[in-house]
Design a protein around this ligand. Structure first.
Ligand code: PLP
Length: 354
């Protein structure tokens, strides 16, 4: 059913792929030849098309520029040794963009539009999915308001675009994080669970401040009491404490990460004790002081797993166990890579073949 929409195809007369140095790709700088575009007008999505990747023309009064009515997604496609292209759990991104859209008064996109547009785009630009080990094709769907109107109200018109970027191996060097107890990313009742543009704009200043203090990233705490751990930068955060994997519950202040869900699913499958529960900062600090903190890491599409080397709290840095000793997170990263690159049976049905 994913092909049910009628997509007009306008291919580029000249591919740019030969100009790309695939041995040195910087994240988010190289764009594939085409993009999928749909317009929302008079209460319905239409004008589905695949066109050469190009600039947009927007009025200075365009709603999204002023009020940030915009949501997005991030997912990846991987080339297998056999040359197939596998997208990792795209139905989850489809569901999440609509849940984000709902919170931002943006009209939802149907499965036919999201999956049909994605499939057709990847069929056309499949050569852009890199074949080097560890490389992948990053996929960015984005959905935003386009009314030329600077009054505040939900827009009447929207654009849905999917474009892709080949990306290099993400060697995530272990990160030094700080537990943030002043700034808030969101609060209960806010927009934290939505992948909404404004959430990121608001998190830049605290992030930059922490970088001035020598940290790579923050661990956000709840916006009201700052006593509970929420997530880390743009990743969910997990701890292995006393052989139990713990992470904050995906309520409405936390982005419900697909990598988070995948890691929790694997952990349960392997028989680890898993707890999705509110974790206090005190609990984390206590576990570190008592030597019970075995592993700490962030999870997200970009890095899959980013080891946390040290945690800063109230002006003091606490070193965590050496990365080499972290059995669970290494095992989870390897298992996920094997599934994404089609090297092991996909027992959870996570990959979508193009
Ligand atoms: C995208 C994102 C994540 C990770 O989600 P994945 O689906 O695993 O990529 C976590 N936190 C925030 C704030 C995010 O934007």
């Amino acid at each position: 059913m994913a092909e049910a929409i009628d997509i007009k195809i306008d291919k580029t007369p000249k591919s740019r792929i030969a100009e790309v140095d695939f041995s040195d790709i910087k994240f988010g700088r190289v764009y594939s030849d085409h993009m999928f575009v749909a317009d929302y007008r008079d209460g319905a999505w239409g004008d589905f098309r695949i066109v050469p990747y190009q600039n947009l023309s927007l009025s200075p009064g365009c709603a999204v520029i002023h009020y940030g009515q915009s949501v997005f997604e991030g997912m990846k496609a991987y080339r297998t040794d056999e040359g197939d292209i596998l997208v990792f759990r795209p139905y989850e991104n489809f569901k999440r963009i609509n849940s984000s859209a709902h919170r931002m008064c943006i009209p939802q996109v149907s499965e036919e539009i999201f999956m049909g547009g994605l499939r057709r785009l990847l069929e056309i630009d499949r050569d852009w999915a890199p074949s080097q080990p560890g490389y992948s094709l990053y996929i960015r769907p984005v959905l935003f308001a386009t009314d030329e109107y600077i009054g505040i109200r939900p827009s009447d018109n929207y654009k849905f675009i999917i474009f892709t970027c080949p990306v290099g191996a993400y060697y995530s060097k272990p990160v030094r994080v700080k537990i943030e107890t002043y700034y808030a990313r969101t609060v209960e009742g806010g927009t934290g669970y939505a992948k909404a543009a404004g959430n990121y704009a608001g998190s830049l200043f605290p992030m930059v401040e922490s970088q001035k203090e020598g940290y790579d990233q923050l661990i956000w705490t709840d916006g009201r009491t700052h006593q509970y751990i929420e997530e880390s930068g743009t990743m969910n955060v997990m701890f292995l404490i006393d052989d139990t994997l713990v992470t904050a519950p995906a309520g409405n202040t936390i982005l419900r990460g697909i990598t988070r869900d995948s890691v929790l699913t694997l952990a349960r499958d392997w028989g680890y004790k898993v707890e999705e529960k509110k974790i206090t900062v005190d609990e984390v600090m206590d576990a570190i002081r008592k030597g019970k903190m075995q592993e700490a890491f962030g999870t997200g599409t970009a890095a899959t797993i980013a080891h946390i080397a040290s945690i800063g709290f109230e002006g003091k840095d606490y070193e965590l166990p050496p990365i080499g000793e972290r059995v669970f997170s290494h095992k989870a990263l390897k298992a996920l890579d094997n599934i994404k690159y089609g090297r092991t049976p996909d027992k959870f049905g996570w990959t979508y073949k193009i």
